[in-house]
Design a protein around this ligand. Structure first.
Ligand code: IPE
Ligand code: IPE
Ligand code: MG
Ligand code: MG
Ligand code: MG
Length: 316
């Protein structure tokens, strides 16, 4: 059930026009590549417009951190909304929100106390461009902005509460933060993690936010979440296996971030367990699993099937 109350209910007038134009510019994409590009533009534009009311390094760092990503999570929100009958203008705040949450996780992931990275999306990481305090604060503010934005999703009140609560769970100790903690602990573990332990780690670190993005559509529509949960869980794991493969096979200029980090840190990954070919085979199986889960949506889910194939074919 789609509730259209208009953007004006919760935004100031100039922001309403600006955001409405942004969403309109991304309507009816010709293919998956265009849909992904438009999701990235909508989410970065939406966040940029919110942050532009503020001055100073933290606000600048926030806008910088949401810029230049693939926009996969925003795309998943908009596309799962579309196939569940929810209009893009209703789902856009949730799409922008998940990209804020994701950007915060990357800003903190890159800090010297975590992965100590200098390059992100082909640009200096936030703590390298500004400083560590700015990076910590920009990450903190992106996290809270994520929840502020998701509160603006246009759907029934119970569905909006469900979106907010499930995002809190997916980003916290039972989701992304919990997975990051296991990842950091794995660097100093005496024995390398088993495949099963790596799967649990990845389901938290990367999978939880991707699955949340996939469930945003059915949640907003009050529809069954089961098919897209299967899709999202398989997609999230395939995505992280691809990330680990890129860490071995990619070059920093194309990937846009340092490579070879997992081996340097002595981390067990799908690649270290299965080898490159084995990891690619597992990722392929997961993509098939993800596509199969979409059968109830028929051809309307073809763009999501393409997204699943993209996730393991991508070069960055
Ligand atoms: C990178 O995510 C971090 C992981 C969760 C592995 P993405 O590859 O989606 O990053 P951007 O947003 O496109 O830069
Ligand atoms: C980071 O995982 C995942 C999160 C930020 C939650 P990685 O450390 O593998 O991501 P990259 O390789 O730096 O993008
Ligand atoms: Mg990391
Ligand atoms: Mg990292
Ligand atoms: Mg990585």
């Amino acid at each position: 059930m789609v509730v259209r109350r208009g953007l004006g209910r919760w935004m100031t007038k100039p922001l309403t026009r600006q955001m409405s134009a942004l969403v309109q510019s991304g309507m009816n994409p010709a293919d998956f590549a265009e849909a992904l590009e438009s999701a990235a533009r909508i989410s970065a534009g939406w966040v940029g417009a919110h942050v532009s009311a503020h001055r100073g390094p933290v606000a600048e760092a926030m806008a910088y951190a949401v810029h230049g990503g693939k926009g996969l999570r925003a795309f998943l929100v908009l596309e799962t909304a579309r196939i569940n009958g929810v209009a893009a203008e209703c789902a856009a705040p949730a799409a922008a929100g998940i990209e804020c949450l994701h950007a915060y996780s990357l800003v903190h992931d890159d800090l010297p106390c975590m992965d100590d990275d200098d390059l992100r999306r082909g640009q200096p990481t936030v703590h390298r461009k500004w400083d560590e305090a700015t990076a910590v604060l920009a990450g903190d503010a992106l996290q809270t902005l994520a929840f502020e934005l998701v509160c603006g999703a246009q759907c029934a009140d119970a569905a909006r509460l469900d979106l907010v609560r499930s995002l809190a769970v997916a980003s916290g100790i039972g989701g992304m933060v919990g997975g990051q903690a296991l990842d950091i602990a794995a660097e100093s573990a005496v024995a390398p993690l088993s495949l099963e332990e790596i799967s649990v780690l990845q389901a938290g670190k990367t999978g939880a936010l991707i699955t949340w993005a996939c469930l945003a559509g059915p949640r907003m529509a009050g529809a069954d979440t089961a098919p897209l949960r299967t899709y999202g869980d398989a997609l999230g794991l395939a995505f992280q296996i691809a990330d680990d493969i890129l860490d071995v096979e990619g070059d920093a200029a194309t990937v846009g971030k340092a490579v070879g980090k997992d081996a340097d840190a002595g981390k067990a990954t799908f690649v270290s367990h299965l080898g490159l070919d084995g990891a690619k085979g597992r990722a392929q199986e997961l993509v098939q699993e993800a596509c199969d889960a979409l059968s109830i949506y028929g051809e309307d889910a073809d763009t999501l099937r393409e997204a699943a194939r993209f996730v393991i074919a991508r070069k960055h």
